[in-house]
Design a protein around this ligand. Structure first.
Ligand code: SAH
Length: 240
């Protein structure tokens, strides 16, 4: 599978697409595409298009859509990853990039009691998400929300089956075992704490809101490892 190009919906008109400048540079200068070449262009909203390039200038590339499909590479149901913002920006960037590959549909940065820094660089993360979407063969760029609390995220998505990943607590199931009990297309919400974990009152809030406490095995994982392991468990559950 070759890497797709990205052009937002407004770049498509009358069966044609104009690649944005950065995508044009990549297509024409780096990959040396020429008129007649066929490429894949995704619009980030689920549109997947096979495009025959007609004009490949250094500044502008344009092509004709020859075939289209919807939601190529997209999961059957929503998977909301609510993950504590991490002190080290690069770790959170890794988390976000890989979460896109694993089929997460929305990323909610959590500001929790033990979060050391509750701000994100939204544009930078969104650009990473676009790059990951193209690279892994998805057609929809997942949503990235503003930071919010665990309580807020749980009331925002009451229809989803919520799992709160926590490293301690009696009688918790392992996430893969808990997933076995629900159909693969069920919408899920995964809550992951920051470096310092969730505070006890946050765990209580999650449980009161109907979230199930689950574990990810006997070792204490770093927050980004935990988030990606949880997202991977959902991806594999959906893979059948
Ligand atoms: N509170 C811990 C570390 C938190 S790890 C401490 O400092 O001792 C960060 C987050 O990763 C946790 O809030 C939890 O959501 C998740 N996590 C890490 N290991 C886990 C495990 N074995 N099971 C479930 N969740 C885990």
């Amino acid at each position: 599978m070759t890497t797709a190009f990205y052009a937002p919906p407004e770049q498509f008109r009358g069966g044609r697409v104009m690649l944005p400048p950065s995508e044009t540079r990549h297509a024409v200068r780096a990959l040396r595409h020429r008129p007649g070449d066929e490429v894949v262009v995704v619009d980030g909203r689920g549109g997947w298009h096979r495009v025959r390039l007609e004009h490949t200038g250094q500044k502008q590339a344009m092509g004709t859509v020859v075939a289209s499909a919807q939601n190529v590479g997209e999961p059957e149901g929503p998977c909301i990853l609510a993950a504590g913002v991490l002190h080290k920006r690069s770790r959170y960037e890794t988390l976000v990039e890989k979460a896109v590959e694993l089929g997460v549909t929305t990323i909610v940065p959590l500001a929790t009691t033990r979060t050391e820094r509750a701000t994100i660089r939204h544009d930078r993360l969104h650009n990473l998400m676009i790059a990951a979407t193209k690279q892994c063969g998805r057609s929809r760029v997942p949503n990235l929300t503003a930071p919010c609390s665990l309580a807020q995220v749980l009331v925002r998505y009451p229809q989803l089956t919520a799992f709160c990943c926590h490293e301690s607590g009696e009688g918790r199931a392992a996430l893969p075992a808990a997933l076995q009990a629900i159909p693969a297309s069920t919408g899920v919400l995964l809550a992951i704490g920051p470096e310092g974990g969730f505070a006890p009152h946050e765990v209580a809030i999650a449980q009161r809101a109907g979230a199930r406490l689950v574990h990810l095995g006997p070792r204490r994982l770093r927050a980004e490892t935990a988030a990606l392991t949880a997202a991977g468990a959902v991806a594999l559950h959906r893979a059948g």
